[in-house]
Design a protein around this ligand. Structure first.
Ligand code: IPM
Ligand code: MG
Length: 361
């Protein structure tokens, strides 16, 4: 029997609650599929700052490097807002992405038929939405140098971040975009700001070059502002979107609304030797600790982990089918429930999905 080592980094806020449900789901897969799972936890984010003074606990990176995959919750919260910039909770996540070379972030946004009315957008707009945002994750403004704040004697200041990309960085994320699009409906939209940014000029040039290797994939280019509009105007026209770090951060939150709730969106961060799987939603301090968060994004992230890091596609299918079944059965956490409708909590949603998953084996 294979034993898969999974590093579990729940982080802060609802990250703690939803990750526990994803772990239960993986344990259920273990039992059903005869796979061994070994889970080891490490601290990241505010939890790591409180316990160790740093946003990534000593040993956490090594644990991740020595694992088959990483299950991640969320980091941050108002408690650590006053922490100096370079040691904020978010730096723990950014360090993991950079150190593990997780340059490709896959964020699927699918509007499940039974949740069409959970989206604030009209049924006629969101129905049938099924897209994938591929966000470059280790370059651009998030990591570019120089960066910093200069304070002047007169009390003024100047702050700088740098958007920089090498052709190599663009090429590898473009290839990921084409590969993913090829397995979907063979349509790729590259998003940039070519009318203003020289970085985007290089981006478009390299993506266009890479396209020659993928004659079967239809490529188009869209400006990011226009894309932001088109995403909520005609989301069904999109299939796979590839874009740089900051644009992808913003567009993927927007895409979450198409799926009804941030609580539904999983993600996979790939590229290096070990993948990281995390729900797109954050720590949701307003509802943290109340047991009402939606665990589905975390559970669907676990499904992505099975598929991409462990090559257990059929088991990933089972997890996704279990989620779908439970939603079909009418169970709703507060974020996806109709106004005044009955809701279930995090644990109860987890229970329902685990029970349905057991039936799938
Ligand atoms: C995300 C988050 C992170 C990001 C934060 C927590 C650093 O918003 O994963 O989208 O900006 O990348
Ligand atoms: Mg974000």
């Amino acid at each position: 029997m294979t034993t898969w080592k999974i590093a579990v980094l729940p982080g802060d806020g609802i990250g703690q609650e939803v990750t526990a449900e994803a772990v239960r789901v993986l344990k259920t897969v273990g039992k059903g599929a005869g796979q061994g799972f070994e889970f080891e936890q490490a601290l990241v984010g505010g939890a790591a700052i409180d316990a160790t003074g740093a946003p990534l606990a000593p040993g956490a990176l090594d644990l991740c490097r020595g694992s088959h995959a990483i299950l991640f919750g969320a980091v941050g919260g108002p408690r650590w807002d006053a922490v100096p910039h370079e040691t904020r909770p978010e730096r723990g996540l950014l360090a993991l992405r950079k150190e593990l070379d997780l340059y490709a972030n896959l964020r699927p946004a699918k509007c499940f038929p039974m949740l069409v009315d959970a989206s604030p957008l009209k049924r006629s707009v969101v129905e049938g939405t099924d897209l994938m945002v591929i966000r470059e994750l280790t370059g651009g403004l998030y990591f570019g140098e120089p960066r910093g704040v200069e304070r002047f004697a007169d009390g003024g200041a100047r702050a700088i971040n740098t958007m920089a990309y090498t052709s190599r960085e663009i090429e590898r994320i473009a290839r990921m975009g084409f590969e993913v699009a090829r397995k979907r409906t063979k349509r790729l939209t590259s998003v940039d700001k070519v009318n203003v940014l020289v970085v985007s000029q290089l981006w478009r040039e390299v993506v266009t070059q890479v396209a020659r290797d993928y004659p079967d994939v239809a490529l188009d280019h869209l400006l990011v502002d226009n894309c932001a509009m088109a995403l909520i105007q005609r989301p069904t026209q999109f299939d796979t979107i590839v874009t740089e770090n900051t644009f992808g951060d913003i567009l993927s939150d927007e895409a979450a609304i198409l799926a009804g709730s941030m609580g539904m969106l999983p993600s996979a961060s790939l590229g290096g030797s070990v993948g990281l799987y995390e729900p797109v939603h954050g720590t949701a301090p307003d509802i943290a600790g109340r047991g009402i968060a939606n665990p589905i994004a975390a559970i669907l992230s676990a499904a992505m982990l099975l598929r991409y890091s462990l090559s257990l596609g059929p088991d990933a299918d089972r997890v996704e089918a279990a989620v779908l079944r439970v939603l079909e059965g009418g169970a709703r956490t507060a974020d996806i429930a109709p106004a005044g409708g009955r809701t279930v909590g995090t644990r109860e949603m987890g229970d329902l999905i685990v029970r349905e998953l057991e039936r799938q084996y």
